[in-house]
Design a protein around this ligand. Structure first.
Ligand code: BDR
Ligand code: CA
Length: 311
């Protein structure tokens, strides 16, 4: 199994990414770290604990990381994820604890201790990972790969050309993309192929378990938020795509390309500028996800929920 640390800001789609990472036998989930993004750090951490408690994920340490982006103010997304960051299902008080160690310190320690290089899967702003690379650059060889959800080859979501995770902390994304570590970007151009259709919801319904019902409540809230904000009836389930890429690279096809982050644009700060056709002299610095095997993706996600809570 591939050793993985999931760095997330739950978040509806982060919650599904977490279930997939915890359940799939091809991943050895070493830690769950949280970052401010969809909501403040206290809320995203609480939500990670709530989801782990609901799913019976007890053996994986959860650590809270950075509460603010490297530069500027935090921007949260209550219009998409609600006031709690995980509105929709009724989740009880968490029994799974948060460890008494900063997420960046925990990731650093795991990288040093683990016998093989570890894959980092960020599904929120890249603040924790950038802080790690800034403060401990010598651990880079212990990172096998960084597979993140964020950016886009085309249009954005929180701004016309900016995707949320990169817009919240563009300097962090820039540090990751310039790190020289193998980086894979799963952006909106591919995540918008993973739509929660009525057929997908019906498959969750057929599982007929409490965990499946929590997933349905999550995706139903998420769908109404996407309908309100974007006029999209079937919302894209972004974050599990990065996890799916680690589990089975054939599900998420990637091409190498130069990716830069716009740090200064008047209207485009946080946009990822992807030179898919190599029109500039910039060297390739990322694998860019371009195509999803939609059926295989949903089989993975639904299979994970079934494995965590058998019908
Ligand atoms: C990303 O932003 C967040 O709202 C989601 O959790 C996802 O990580 C999509 O742009
Ligand atoms: Ca997220």
């Amino acid at each position: 199994a591939t050793p993985v640390i999931l760095d997330c800001d739950p978040g509806h789609d982060d919650a599904l990414a977490l279930l997939l990472a915890a359940a799939d036998p091809r991943i050895e989930l070493l830690a769950i770290t949280t970052v401010a993004g969809n909501q403040t750090l206290d809320k995203t951490t609480m939500n990670a604990r709530r989801i782990c408690t609901a799913a019976g994920i007890t053996g994986v340490p959860i650590a809270a990381g950075c509460g603010m982006p490297l530069v500027g103010e935090l921007r949260v997304a209550p219009e998409i994820h609600g006031a709690s960051g995980l509105d929709g299902p009724t989740l009880g008080e968490p029994t799974v604890p948060v460890v008494d160690e900063h997420a960046v310190a925990l990731i650093h320690r795991i990288l040093l201790d683990h016998p093989e290089p570890v894959t980092l899967v960020p599904t929120g702003p890249l603040t924790n990972v950038a802080t790690l690379l800034r403060d401990h650059p010598e651990v880079a060889p212990k990172i096998r790969e960084i597979v993140f959800m964020g950016g886009s080859t085309g249009r954005g979501n929180i701004t016309p050309y900016g995707e949320f995770n990169v817009v919240v902390d563009p300097e962090a994304a820039e540090i990751v993309l310039r790190s020289g570590i193998p980086v894979t970007m799963c952006g909106l151009n591919v995540t918008h192929q993973a739509l929660v259709t009525p057929d997908v919801l019906a498959r969750f319904q057929r599982l007929d378990t409490d965990l499946a019902r929590i997933c349905i409540d999550l995706m139903t809230f998420f769908a109404s938020a996407y309908e309100n904000v974007f006029g999209l009836a079937d919302p894209p389930l972004h974050d599990p795509i990065a996890v799916a890429r680690v589990i089975d690279p054939s599900i998420v096809a990637c091409v190498p390309a130069p990716v830069a982050v716009e740090l200064d644009g008047t209207h485009t700060r946080g946009a990822t500028v992807v030179d898919l056709h190599h029109r500039t002299a910039a060297p390739d610095n990322a694998g860019v996800a371009v195509r999803l095997d939609v059926d295989a993706f949903w089989d993975l996600v639904i299979g994970a929920v079934e494995r965590l809570a058998p019908p």
